[in-house]
Design a protein around this ligand. Structure first.
Ligand code: SAH
Ligand code: SF4
Ligand code: F3S
Length: 451
């Protein structure tokens, strides 16, 4: 029998919903818990503390989290000392924490997005006082540096550059639950990137709700400058960033992306809709034409760039004609991939109060058509890869497929067989194409580049 500290130590299990930013925040929660002496487990029945890091971008994200919290009721009855903590965007909504405690009185700690850095204190407070703790500050504080991080995404390292959002798209809950946009000190960002590179991380993703407006509150730096600084760092790594807002994507930024050998040739540029009328109602601050101009600008400097997007159907008052504008835009741009969503009314946002909510069956019909269209484009683009040899950063191993997986600079996923490849750039010859992913044969492991 192997006896290790882990057999005796307390264990944590974190369940995360939502975007990459939340996944990264879970790495911070894990860092805090490890500092307190907890070890990780993926099995909540074995955990001394279960943390739900929630999302509320759409109703189904909330339902999923609530369902999973509710499912712990029996476990908590049997394991009274187990701590259940719920944080993230869902808990930051106005009046939600109280509602949650009423619905699930067995929850020990509720903490808002502005209270992540208080998490250690909250656990200690709960352990000492045995009282239920609700800590949801209304307002964001200053950016806190130095929160420990237990990263789980090697060889990809996520680095926050902005927090919050000031855009107030009329459908979106994010500005209400993440607070005003704040940019992180560039020196802190550079330090974190350097550290990741020295630890052997091969992909750095700069994170923000709208990375293009980085620096607006600092006054002496913009995103293009930051991108140039990070891509000038010594080391063999790929540089990614998300998410971009079309209204803030400047020519100088496009040049900064194009100039750099390290910056991935994929740009995520959410369009949301193809109809000017809907874009205006959404408060997106660009027209269809202006969006297409941004696409042309990206392709002028990087003819091969892959542009991915987010699209929503069923926004209030969306007509068949509006929807057809979205379809024709998708045909015109030929995105390298698209996340597609049915509009979900979010309480407290202007769109939730708009007249003309679209019936569910109409939205469903539209999203099926949209997904079909994009799937066809994905298939065609994937097929064009057959016979080509591409450079892939090996990111992980798929237990079900029994294959390694990774993405090329255009963000296209490829699977291949091999041994000990995680964190290496490899050359893969593509033999088969699935919908959005590729199947290939490993040709060689690339030499470390001396940039
Ligand atoms: N900050 C990013 C995205 C944040 S949320 C950006 O602006 O691009 C990710 C995506 O979720 C959005 O791009 C949008 O397409 C979708 N989304 C946001 N609110 C939604 C809602 N109420 N209903 C359906 N989809 C939504
Ligand atoms: Fe939401 Fe718009 Fe901000 Fe993105 S830019 S987080 S969609 S408000
Ligand atoms: Fe992300 Fe969901 Fe919050 S998408 S910012 S976790 S509402």
């Amino acid at each position: 029998m192997i006896i290790s500290m882990e057999n005796f130590a307390k264990k944590y299990c974190i369940i995360t919903y939502g975007c990459q930013m939340n996944l990264h925040e879970s790495e911070k929660l894990a860092g805090i818990l490890q500092t307190l002496g907890y070890f990780n487990t993926d099995d909540e029945t074995d955990a001394d503390i279960v943390v739900f890091n929630t999302c509320c971008i759409r109703e189904n994200a909330e339902k999923k989290a609530e369902g999973n919290i509710g499912a712990l009721k029996k476990l908590k009855r049997d394991k009274k000392d187990m701590i259940i903590a719920v944080g993230g965007c869902m808990t930051q909504q106005k009046g939600y924490a109280e509602k949650l405690m009423k619905k699930f009185p067995f929850i020990d700690i509720v903490f808002g997005t502005h209270n992540l850095e208080n998490f250690a204190e909250l656990i200690l407070e709960r352990t000492e006082s045995k009282k239920h703790i609700v800590k949801v500050d209304d307002k964001e504080g200053k950016i806190v540096e130095g929160t420990p991080k237990a990263r789980s995404s090697f060889p990809n390292g996520w680095v926050n550059i902005t927090y919050g959002c000031d855009n107030f798209c009329t459908y979106c809950i994010v500005p209400y639950v993440r607070g005003r946009e704040r940019s992180r000190d560039p020196e802190e960002i550079i330090k974190e990137c350097e550290n990741l590179i020295s630890l052997g991380y091969k992909e750095i993703t700069l994170l923000g709700q709208n990375v293009n407006s980085y620096g607006r509150d600092l006054g002496n730096i913009d995103f293009a400058t930051l991108l140039r600084r990070v891509s000038a760092l010594k080391g063999d790594f790929r540089l990614c960033f998300m998410t971009n807002h079309p209204k803030d994507l400047t020519e100088d930024l496009v040049k900064a992306i194009a100039e750099s050998d390290k910056t991935a040739r994929t740009v995520h540029l959410p369009v949301q809709a193809g109809s000017d009328r809907i874009l205006k109602l959404m408060n997106r601050h660009y027209t269809r034409e202006e969006y297409l101009e941004k696409i042309a600008l990206l392709r002028k400097y990087m003819p091969d760039v892959s542009i991915t997007t987010d699209i929503m159907v069923g926004f209030p008052t969306e007509t068949e004609e509006d929807f057809n504008d979205t379809m024709s835009l998708v045909k015109e741009v030929r995105f390298g991939g698209a996340f597609t969503f049915v509009y979900s009314p979010r309480s407290g946002t202007p769109a939730a109060k708009m007249a003309g909510q679209v019936p569910e069956d109409v939205s469903k019909e539209r999203i099926i058509k949209l997904i079909d269209l994009q799937n066809g484009i994905n298939r065609e683009q994937s097929r064009a890869y057959i016979g080509k040899t591409i450079s892939v950063l090996c990111e992980g191993y798929d237990d079900r497929k029994k294959k390694y997986l990774g993405r090329d600079t255009y963000g296209r996923m490829a699977y291949f067989a091999g041994k000990g490849l995680i964190g290496k750039f490899v050359n893969v010859n593509i033999k088969k194409a699935g919908g959005i992913s590729l199947m290939g044969e490993l040709l060689s492991v690339e030499e470390e580049k001396d940039f």
